[in-house]
Design a protein around this ligand. Structure first.
Ligand code: 76R
Length: 249
């Protein structure tokens, strides 16, 4: 029988996409605008404190194109916290000017394809814990997309033996490592949590690196034969100090 791989699961993740209702925003009075911006900044201050205490992390991006205007990525130890955070945002004055565009729920995931070294469970290692509970890089650009492993005819990831899958992922990781320092990836698992099997979140200083890594990986067997992809979202970092300027109309 084909063996599943054990996963190591870290913080829960919510990718929350919003569209700004610019027409409505323009009709708001200066006082309302001020209140909305202040409510948003107050939330960010709260999120920053959570991140400072290493109880979670967040990142904010301005989406390019019409799929959304803003993307928030939130990481928290529990689903309850994600839900509370989302509800608090929804109740804010700022949210009166936002409409939901898309969301994705998952959990930071690493897998145990590699045999344990010296009998040490990798999950106990500090470097693994740091990857499972990552502080999100505030790099200039983000790219998010969901993906599946194919289950069609002879191209069925779930009928491949574990050692074969491990080898294919090892090959994949060699491509990935070429982008060290240029692309940082966070893989979140969403089987049983959302519509696709994994969420891929990439951070880069240079947006062209997204095209390069995703293109190069298309030729790795694990993607060429076993990868199915959903919608792509790409964006630029939104800094707290630029919010007022960004919202100026
Ligand atoms: O965790 C590790 O670093 C070990 C090696 C590794 C695994 C097991 C690894 C490395 N990945 C793994 C698993 Mn990955 N990854 C993607 C995408 O667009 C595409 O074709 C694929 C989207 C990118 C860009 C990427 C980048 N990876 C996975 C899985 C889970 C599969 C499973 O369990 O069945 C998915 C869905 C996935 C997808 N991967 C790396 C990268 C990069 C840059 C690395 C090197 C990381 C490093 O060593 O620093």
């Amino acid at each position: 029988m084909v063996e599943a791989v054990e996963t190591m699961d870290g913080w829960y993740s919510l990718h929350d996409f919003r569209t700004i209702d610019w027409t409505y925003w323009k009709t708001a009075t200066p006082e309302e605008k001020k209140e909305a911006i202040a409510s948003f900044e107050a939330l960010i201050t709260k999120w920053d404190a959570v991140e400072e205490a290493k109880n979670g992390s967040h990142a904010m991006y301005k989406i390019v194109g019409q799929k959304a205007d803003l993307m928030f990525m939130f990481l928290r130890p529990t689903m309850e916290e994600l839900n509370e955070l989302e509800t608090e945002l929804n109740k804010s004055k700022f949210a009166e000017f936002l409409t939901p565009a898309h969301s994705y729920v998952s959990v930071v995931e690493l897998s145990k394809y590699r045999p344990a070294k010296d009998g040490i469970d990798p999950e106990t290692l500090p470097e693994t814990q740091a990857r499972l509970k990552p502080i999100l890089p505030k790099w200039e650009h983000v790219c998010f997309y969901p993906m599946d492993r194919r289950r069609v005819g002879d191209e069925n990831w779930y009928t491949l033996e574990k050692d074969v899958r491990g080898k294919l992922l090892y090959e994949h990781s060699k491509t990935g490592r070429k982008y060290a320092g240029k692309v940082k990836q966070i893989i979140t698992g969403s089987i049983g949590l959302d519509d696709w099997e994994w969420g891929v979140t990439l951070f880069a200083h240079e947006p062209l690196q997204f095209k390069k890594i995703v293109y190069e990986m298309r030729f790795d067997e694990v993607s060429s034969r076993y990868g199915e992809f959903g919608e792509f979202f790409v964006g630029n970092l939104l800094k707290k100090e630029e919010i007022a300027k960004f919202l100026e109309v």
